[in-house]
Design a protein. Structure first.
Length: 291
């Protein structure tokens, strides 16, 4: 009898935060769909920043590096519904749903972050998530639970495809709302440089020289804009790329460390564990379903 675990499928509706916080930059192997019912904040992902407000729908692809910063008040706590799921749940169904599979492949292959969408809370997608959360909460077990989750996800992906196609049409007609960057331009430049050079060992002085900034100004601007240090962001970027390689290639752990700019295997394993909570080897086993 098959049982779902939270790594495969996890849906929590109207999760509420009443204190201001900044997440650390992180990535995960699951796809994430988050809808904001109330509250305001900022999303930073892949070197770009987007405002968050009620009605925002965010979709994170597997291994997409991101950070959410939220601001709360007595009138506006941060309330969101969050779905995280492993796309491998659907691998046995793709042959029957080829159009949906093709959309998912196209969606995952987009070269830049997917900008958030704006949806009313009355939209079919939001209502569907909340309705299924009640069914899931009230208890489906074994094979029935997994089958229901698959049907839910296929339906949800069809709705996401519709939203995405409508958004592309709006963009072509120049009617999609634009998002002005909220990040300091130097912080954006730092993120872009790290993304281009993460596979090389480098020191902060190399980055500062490239961007014609002092070390102090470089570090100060980045910390103020993101709430984290350049070193921590660089480590998160490298580990995100390492996770992709561990999941999709058969390279050895030392080779992967070298490919993400960390040529000492012991240091790579130490940083990987500090960021993910597990070793590279165990992560590979988990994500490939052999644990």
């Amino acid at each position: 009898m098959s049982m779902l675990d939270n790594e495969q499928f996890d849906l929590a509706c109207r999760r509420t935060s009443t204190t201001t916080f900044r997440e650390i930059f992180h990535a995960h192997s699951q796809m994430e769909v988050t809808y904001i019912h109330d509250g305001y904040g900022q999303l930073i992902t892949e070197g770009q920043a987007f405002p968050l407000k009620p009605g925002t729908l965010i979709i994170f692809r597997p291994f997409q590096l991101h950070q959410v910063q939220i601001q709360v008040t007595d009138d506006h706590p941060f309330v969101r519904s969050v779905l995280m799921f492993d796309l491998d749940l659907l691998k046995e169904t793709w042959r029957y749903f080829t159009a949906t599979h093709q959309f998912v492949q196209e969606f995952l292959g987009q070269p830049s972050p997917i900008a958030p969408f704006i949806l009313p809370s009355s939209s079919m997608l939001v209502q569907f998530m909340e309705q299924f959360a009640q069914i899931h909460l009230n208890g489906l077990h074994g094979e029935g639970e997994e089958e229901a989750a698959r049907l839910f996800l296929l339906n949800l992906l069809v709705q996401i495809q519709y939203i995405w196609e409508e958004d592309k049409h709006a963009l072509s007609q120049s009617v999609r709302p634009t998002f002005n960057s909220l990040l300091h331009p130097h912080a954006e430049a730092i993120m872009k440089w790290i993304e281009e050079h993460y596979h090389e060992p480098f020191q902060l002085k190399d980055l500062a020289a490239e961007l014609h900034m002092s070390l102090y100004h470089l570090s100060h601007v980045f910390k103020k804009a993101t709430g984290t240090t350049i070193v921590a962001y660089t480590q998160a970027t490298r580990i995100r790329h390492a996770c992709v390689l561990l999941a999709r290639n058969s390279y050895s752990v030392p080779e992967i460390g070298h490919r993400v700019g960390m040529s000492t295997p012991s240091y790579f394993c130490k940083v990987f564990r500090s960021v993910t909570g597990t070793t590279p080897h165990q992560y590979r086993l988990n994500v490939q379903g052999r644990a």
